[in-house]
Design a protein around this ligand. Structure first.
Ligand SMILES: C[S@@+](CC[C@H](N)C(=O)[O-])C[C@H]1O[C@@H](n2cnc3c(N)ncnc32)[C@H](O)[C@@H]1O
Length: 269
């Protein structure tokens, strides 16, 4: 097993759904097998403790994490440690969504759009004005503007908006055909996901869908440094159900070389 972007993956590249990464035993085992990663982990631990002391809630804390990470590298801040990986991860999201219903005339909301790793491909593919990206981090949205310029996408007039929460209060009813959140709930405590489920149905068209990825565990739910959160599938399916949403585990996403799992949510009639 190896650890990438704070998560553990199996040699095949698929998710490791068994281990509790917050347990002392796991951390001790990990430190013994990866001595070179101990110092960076301790630095991250110290930074995160400092940021937690200075922020009032999870969103403010994570915004501060993103500010710190983005100042070093916007691509690194969204979890890609090389430009090649940044391109590949964007392509993987885009190809999957195209194979699963995306059409140019659909209206899309991307939650936690980052610096448009996949967003640049969605923007290019969708009709002008049909892409709406939101993020809690103004810093990563500045980097998203750079991506628009670098990829010649100005004429597509994408919307990019910073948000404080996931209530979508400023967005219209039944507007979006597609909602997409990649590697966002993997960084979110359950109350943030619940807030999203409580409100996302209002902004989705009746036939619309909402795809999100999450870090899956089949053991005890846990988090590492309040940055990476691991959930059981049934927890998220049950939570969606409480807000009138049907949730389906996307089996075919598991075949891709990606360490998170994917769920598709639709509105119940
Ligand atoms: C790992 S990055 C992924 C970015 C993008 N989805 C991608 O795949 O490149 C997670 C992004 O989600 C944003 N984010 C985290 N929590 C959020 C929340 N509660 N609401 C909106 N954005 C959030 C972060 O600021 C960051 O840009």
């Amino acid at each position: 097993m190896s650890r990438a972007h704070g998560r553990t993956v199996t040699p095949s590249g698929g998710p490791d759904v068994k281990h509790n990464r917050s347990s002392l035993a796991h951390q001790a085992r990990y430190a013994l097998t990866h001595p070179g990663r101990v110092a960076p982990h301790l630095r991250r631990l110290a930074r995160d403790a400092w940021l937690r002391l200075r922020t009032r809630d999870h969103v403010a804390y994570y915004r501060a994490v993103m500010r710190s990470d983005t100042s070093r590298s916007p691509e690194g801040a969204v979890g890609s440690h090389s430009h090649k990986r940044w391109l590949a991860l964007g392509r993987m999201q885009f190809d999957y969504l195209r194979e699963h219903g995306l059409k140019p005339d659909l209206r899309m909301l991307e939650i936690g759009c980052g610096n448009l790793r996949a967003g640049r491909l969605f923007i290019d593919y969708l009709d002008p004005g049909n892409y709406y990206g939101i993020d809690i981090s103004p810093d990563i949205l500045f980097a998203a503007q750079d991506t628009i310029v670098a990829h010649g996408l100005r004429d597509k007039l994408p919307h990019l908006t910073p948000v404080r929460d996931l209530r979508f209060a400023f967005l219209p009813d039944a507007h979006f055909d597609v909602v997409h959140a990649h590697s966002v709930f993997s960084h979110s405590p359950l109350h943030v996901i619940e807030e999203c489920f409580a409100h996302v149905g209002r902004v989705m068209r009746p036939q619309g869908w909402f795809d999100f990825t999450f870090d899956r565990t089949e053991g005890q739910e846990h988090h590492v440094l309040r940055e990476d959160f691991y959930y059981r599938t049934e927890t998220l399916v049950g939570l969606a159900d409480r807000y009138g949403l049907n949730a389906v585990f996307m089996d075919d996403w598991e075949r891709l070389p990606h360490k998170q799992s994917k769920i598709r949510v639709t509105r119940r009639a």
